[in-house]
Design a binder for this molecule. Structure first.
Ligand code: ADP
Ligand code: 5GP
Length: 187
């Protein structure tokens, strides 16, 4: 079994932005491409950001026990980590970088234990979270409301993670994350 790094955060905290910065800095990391039943957003491509499945395809894989973990993150939208994805990345000799929702992050930490470093990306405030989601311009107002409504509960789960990094100034948040990861990788 190899190492894994888990990132979770309320949607809009800047998790994807931080993960992209890390993938540019570290050759050892490979992004775990999740499967999802939601539709592609913007320029997203099948097999790059996600494996986009229909509800029926997603359900069939659940029934076949193809997932390490999966969650219905938003009503009607399921996301999950395929066992085949974990094997693929470890076979490449890479450290897996997971970007999953908060409950998925807690679940994966339980599965991988000391081989995992779990990091919670904390927004400076819920108001700022809403501003970022609005500024990103990729989600309809009702989708933004669903995401913001979940944030308070998600923030309460932060103590379940190995580390919390506040993403106020982006460059500082990336530096702090690198410190945490360097210590984990050296272990
Ligand atoms: P998540 O993956 O957590 O949903 P994103 O990485 O998509 O969040 O970031 C949400 C929006 O906030 C994006 O438009 C991104 O450019 C912006 N953003 C990310 N980090 C910061 C930051 N530190 N300060 C201001 N805006 C940020
Ligand atoms: P988005 O629709 O913004 O891409 O993602 C919504 C949420 O689903 C994010 O919090 C993201 O981290 C989470 N997510 C993506 N893939 C997975 C997964 O495989 N498992 C779980 N539990 N959550 C996921």
């Amino acid at each position: 079994m190899g190492k894994v790094v888990i990132f979770s955060a309320p949607s809009g905290s800047g998790k994807t932005t931080i993960v992209r910065a890390l993938l540019e800095r570290y050759d050892r990391f490979e992004f775990s491409i999740s499967a999802t039943s939601r539709a592609p957003r913007g320029a997203e491509q099948h097999g790059r950001e996600y494996y986009f499945l229909t509800q029926e395809e997603f359900r069939a894989r659940v029934a076949a026990d193809a997932f390490v973990e999966w969650e219905e993150v938003y009503a009607g939208c399921c996301y999950g980590t395929l066992r085949s994805e974990v094997e693929r990345i470890w076979n490449n000799g890479h450290v897996i970088l997971f970007d999953v929702d908060v409950m998925g992050g807690i679940h994966l930490k339980r599965i991988f234990g000391d081989d995992a470093c779990s990091i919670f990306i904390m927004p400076p405030s819920v108001e700022e979270l809403r501003r970022r989601l609005e500024g990103r311009g990729t989600d309809a107002p009702e989708v933004i409301e669903k995401r913001v409504a979940k944030a308070a509960f998600e923030i309460e789960q932060a103590p379940a993670f190995d580390h919390t990094v506040v993403n106020d100034d982006l460059a500082e948040a990336v530096e702090r994350t690198c410190e945490v990861l360097n210590e984990f990788l050296a272990r």
